[in-house]
Design a protein around this ligand. Structure first.
Ligand SMILES: Cc1cc2nc3c(=O)[nH]c(=O)nc-3n(C[C@H](O)[C@H](O)[C@H](O)COP(=O)(O)OP(=O)(O)OC[C@H]3O[C@@H](n4cnc5c(N)ncnc54)[C@H](O)[C@@H]3O)c2cc1C
Length: 296
């Protein structure tokens, strides 16, 4: 086997699909049994959409994606039932950029992938031992296993950056609310209200101080809480993206705090670039140092 990819989020699926498109043998192992549905919208640059053409997905993104300028405004309120304090359009994006559902893109890439995909299993070490007792013997390991990357730690790749900046509390709930915004900054709870794909489902990110954050944010309306969670907000980068036969991509290589207009399409372009370099090295057309280069 040429490549073992650890992690089945967007970075892992993209890396595995691009590696397989280059004709290398590749197995992807993901602990998550399925793609996690999220409301997240992926801002994809023209370069990222062009890379997706390799998988036959560029035209789907161009047809189904939303022009960033048409995503709607970000408003600011004290509470959603009070007056608007501010209203701003989305930050300008590169011409040709598109917003596209993160979960749908991950699923499409998985379906288009020529890699073997093994879900519901954990990679236990850099020898490719898996939680079901089998193992994958691969020349290269790509760690696409998220911010708290076990691959990065096992390969002793240090990180720079402040690390955890804050903890972000969130509530997913159903309610009939106004729909004239893409995101609402809600000062009463120090957070953001975001619409999910389902029109009456909402995600409230808040500072964790209010005992009833949904009521404090949206006022006196009928609400059904579907779930609550807490996530770290992290800013960090791996000091290098390779150690020997181990490479990193996606949040394992670099994690930025969520911000409106931030181009996450780099996950796709980085995975595309990593696959191109890996293919050249595996075919003997370049030395392993080619994997460290940051240009052409
Ligand atoms: C609150 C929040 C809001 C966000 N909003 C946006 C947004 O609007 N737009 C946007 O583009 N981005 C957004 N992001 C960022 C985006 O979600 C991440 O950048 C992206 O999901 C990273 O993808 P990844 O594949 O690198 O990692 P992940 O999606 O974290 O995937 C890592 C995978 O590795 C698996 N794994 C871990 N360890 C192992 C192991 N040992 N063996 C096998 N599998 C393993 C995990 O199960 C997981 O499936 C947001 C992030 C957060 C936290």
């Amino acid at each position: 086997m040429d490549v073992l990819v650890v992690g089945g989020g967007l970075a892992g699926q993209a890396a595995a699909a691009f590696v397989a498109a280059h004709g290398l043998t590749c197995t992807l192992v993901s602990r998550a049994p399925a793609v996690r549905p999220t409301s997240r919208s992926q801002l994809l640059s023209p370069a990222a959409i062009g890379a997706l053409d390799v998988l036959g997905l560029g035209d789907i993104v161009r047809a189904e994606g939303v022009d960033p300028s048409k995503m709607g405004d970000t408003i600011e309120v004290a509470t959603l039932d009070g007056p608007e304090l501010d209203r701003r359009p989305q930050p300008p994006a590169e011409p040709g950029a598109m917003c596209f559902s993160h979960a749908r893109l991950t699923s499409l890439v998985e379906q288009a992938s020529g890699a073997e995909i093994r879900r519901g299993l954990e990679v236990l070490d850099l020898d490719g031992r898996l939680s079901d007792g089998t193992s994958v013997d691969a020349s290269y390991i790509v760690g696409a296993d998220g911010t708290d990357s076990f691959v990065r730690r096992s390969a002793a790749i240090p990180t720079t950056g402040p690390g955890e900046l804050a903890r972000q509390a969130g509530v997913l709930f159903r309610a009939r609310l106004r729909h004239d915004f893409a995101a609402a900054r809600i000062n009463a709870v120090g957070g953001m209200l975001l619409p999910e794909d389902d029109p009456d489902t909402w995600l409230l990110l808040h500072d964790g101080r209010s005992p009833d954050p949904v009521r404090a944010a949206v006022g006196d309306v009928d609400v059904t809480v579907l779930g609550s969670f807490e996530l770290p907000v992290i800013s960090m980068a791996a000091q290098r993206s390779r150690a020997g036969r181990v490479l990193l991509v996606g949040d394992a290589a670099r994690t930025d705090p969520p911000a409106p207009g931030l181009d996450r399409g780099r996950i796709v372009t980085d995975a595309h670039d990593l696959a191109r370099r890996l293919a050249a090295v595996v075919r003997g057309e370049a030395t392993p140092e080619h994997l460290d280069r940051t240009d052409g």
